[in-house]
Design a protein around this ligand. Structure first.
Ligand SMILES: [Zn+2]
Length: 147
């Protein structure tokens, strides 16, 4: 027995309009369609993991600095350059939301990682070479997240 939401009059079952005032009656509260799923900013999430990957790469590079120092001033310098590139050209732009710049920075960082991996192998520092390879991998993964 539906009651009119407007005037409170009793109405017959199945009535669509109130007999007393004509207001439309809610018909057995049809289940309202589920609210459209909120558009979650998926991009923001991806950027978050890209940031994490870039941070990982920077940390690995930081770890290679003392290792590279053993190999001589060139190794030390290249590791410092790699950290600078990753932080200034990749992490910073991403933090500011400049994805295009961040992608370029990540690519440069990954390129350096490959170069340094070769240099470290030639200079007889396989541990540093492997670390650079991992850093490069993290940067490539970050790049994929930014696409
Ligand atoms: Zn009514």
């Amino acid at each position: 027995m539906p009651y009119c939401p407007s005037c409170g009059a009793k109405n017959k079952d199945g009535a669509r309009f109130c007999e007393a005032c004509g207001a439309p009656l809610a018909v057995a509260a049809a289940p309202s369609p589920p609210a459209a799923p909120a558009q979650t900013p998926a991009a923001a999430g991806s950027f978050g993991s890209a940031k994490n990957l870039i941070t990982v790469a920077a940390c690995i590079y930081a770890f290679t600095v003392p290792l590279a120092a053993f190999a001589g001033p060139i190794g030390f310098l290249t590791a410092l350059i790699a950290i600078t590139v990753v932080l200034l050209l990749a992490y910073e732009p991403l933090r500011k939301g400049n994805v295009a710049s961040a992608k370029t920075g990540v690519l440069i960082g990954a390129g350096l990682a490959v170069l340094y991996t070769l240099i470290d192998f030639v200079m007889g520092s396989p541990i540093a070479a492997v670390l650079n390879l991992i850093a490069g991998g993290a940067l490539v993964a970050a790049y994929m997240q930014l696409k």
